[in-house]
Design a binder for this molecule. Structure first.
Ligand code: XMP
Length: 509
């Protein structure tokens, strides 16, 4: 395996993923991991990620200098390169010409790390600092117009630095560079598969958990289903799952999750029917943040109450993915800038007193999906669109009532059903209906109506941080609109949301 030491890069997960695409297992670890621990883990290579800091600042994150003496190949990317340079007596300065975006490099040494690359190629730069001068221990391999050392290598050891980002798609030959590093330089075989990840993770869970009981919150979504499947394979009936029905689920969802669960796992399932409880707390509340806060709080209370009924439970399994880790407050003790406080009600607080099992921490959504298939989960679960923790409450604008939820559920089921019938479910990332707190005049038969409007939202995205609205065929939009207006009582108007994220978000609240 290869380790990525994370210095707070927004791209650390992308580096890991690109290495895994070379069929080499890659894990992300904190930048301050000790050399001793790395020796125990015995990786074949180490990658030092980029990061937002400047190496010359007093509190800049550094790594254990002992790692440079481990005789393990090292590749420093951007900040990682500057760190190597700083460590070995070179000079890093704030660049007079900052480089963000495309740059053109000239390669003067197209061997090992840069082997197979042409003399000149495009790369993606994103840095304010750069290496001004390298010590005699390194020699330059490439440069750009403004950056004299865009790549370097140690004269004796297999230690390399690159100022640009090989992990982003804007560096077209980036995969070749990473491949050169992990396969040629580190000597990895390149035979790793997600199936190996499943096997290794299952073995690791068994070892970690022993004969204790593990609780897993189930939502029916891809992540929690894959976690449950991994745990079930690892520890069988030592697993207890909890499904909280907050009354904010979609049409027939609770039943579908329970029947799918029972057909795949023969283990303990606790269903907490808390519909009334949630709706009572939400009565009269229309502020979106307050709605989210109430739902988050009640979810934790319900979960806690049910968990105390499960004897000998010591662990809590969660489907946290790497992007959740980096976007959420959990990253606050690390060096990464917090981009957004994630509102994931699945993220239970530490005070619950369980040890966490988070087997998907290093994976991306699409890798989780592949893993789900590997574990034998049906396509229907594996390709399910994400559904937010606060459920339909954030799509039922203003105050949430049972009547409004009933209208929304019907409209939403039609949207999803029509998208599936048109074979568009896999190519879109998320599709749903939003019930607007707006009434408008219509005419049905010969009578005047004064009913609600529903907005259809359908988006395409890879990472859910940015999104575009899906360019759905007019016939599909027409069918959705006709069906909602004809079949859902209380709705006489349908709109289609054509806002991108940013500046809009995917959900309306
Ligand atoms: P936004 O609306 O922030 O949504 O553009 C981005 C993605 O996150 C989902 N989402 C949530 N997921 N708990 C979740 O687990 C939440 O509170 C939550 N809010 C939004 C949203 O559906 C989209 O996929």
């Amino acid at each position: 395996r290869v380790l990525v030491l994370d210095f707070g890069s927004q791209y650390a997960q992308l580096i890991a993923r690109r290495v895994r695409e070379q069929h080499v297992y890659c894990e992300i670890v904190r930048h301050d991991i000790t050399a001793e621990r790395i020796r125990e883990l015995a990786p074949k290579g180490i990658i030092l990620s980029g990061g937002p800091s400047s190496v010359y600042e007093p509190d800049a994150p550094k790594c254990d200098p002992g790692i440079f003496d481990l005789d393990i190949p090292i590749l420093g990317i951007c900040y990682g390169m500057q760190l190597m340079c700083d460590r070995f007596g070179g000079k890093v300065r704030n660049a007079s010409a900052r480089e963000y975006g495309h740059a053109h490099i000239k390669i003067n040494d197209a061997k090992d790390l840069l082997s197979g690359l042409p003399d000149e190629t495009d790369v993606w730069m994103s840095h304010g600092d750069q290496v001004e001068q390298i010590s005699g221990l390194f020699r330059p391999l490439a440069s750009t117009r403004t950056c004299p050392v865009a790549a370097m290598r140690h004269v004796e050891h297999k230690q390399y630095g690159i100022q640009f980002h090989p992990e982003v798609t804007h560096t077209p030959l980036g995969s070749q560079i990473l491949r050169n590093f992990v396969i040629t330089i580190c000597g990895c075989e390149g035979t790793w598969k997600l199936g190996d990840f499943a096997r290794e993770t299952i073995a690791r869970i068994r070892e970690e958990v022993g004969d204790a009981r593990v609780i897993c919150g189930l939502s029916g979504g891809v992540d929690s289903s894959v976690v449950a499947a991994l745990l079930y394979r690892a520890i069988g009936d030592q697993l207890s799952c909890i499904l909280v029905d907050n009354g904010l689920l979609r049409k027939d969802e609770e039943g579908a999750v329970i029947s799918e669960f029972s057909s795949h796992f023969k283990t303990d399932l606790h269903v907490v029917s808390a519909k009334e409880r949630f709706l009572n707390k939400l009565a009269g509340v229309s502020d979106p943040q307050e709605k989210r806060r109430i739902i988050g709080y009640e979810f934790i209370e319900c979960f806690k109450e049910e968990a105390t009924k499960i004897k000998d439970a010591k662990f809590l399994a969660q489907g946290t993915l790497y992007p959740d880790v980096i976007e959420s407050g959990a990253a606050q003790d690390g060096p990464a800038a917090v981009i957004k406080l994630h509102h994931n009600v699945g993220g239970l607080p530490k005070e619950l007193g369980f040890d966490l099992v988070e087997p998907l921490r290093d994976l991306f959504k699409d890798e989780v999906r592949k893993l789900g298939i590997e574990l034998g989960l049906p396509e229907d679960i594996v390709w399910r669109h994400p559904f937010p923790g606060p459920g339909l409450a954030v799509r039922c604008l203003g105050e949430v009532t049972e009547e409004k939820l009933a209208v929304l559920r019907e409209a939403d089921a039609i949207v999803v059903n029509e998208i599936k019938s048109a074979n568009l479910y896999r190519s879109t990332s998320q599709c749903f209906a939003v019930l607007l707190p707006v009434q408008s005049v219509g005419v049905m038969g010969d009578a005047r109506t004064y009913d609600n409007a529903v907005c259809v939202r359908c988006v395409d995205t890879d990472d859910f941080m940015t999104a575009t609205w899906s360019d759905l065929p007019y016939e599909v939009l027409a069918r959705i609109s006709t069906r909602i207006i004809n079949e859902v009582k209380g709705v006489n108007r349908v709109c289609y949301d054509i806002s991108t994220k940013p500046p809009a978000t995917i959900e309306w609240e």
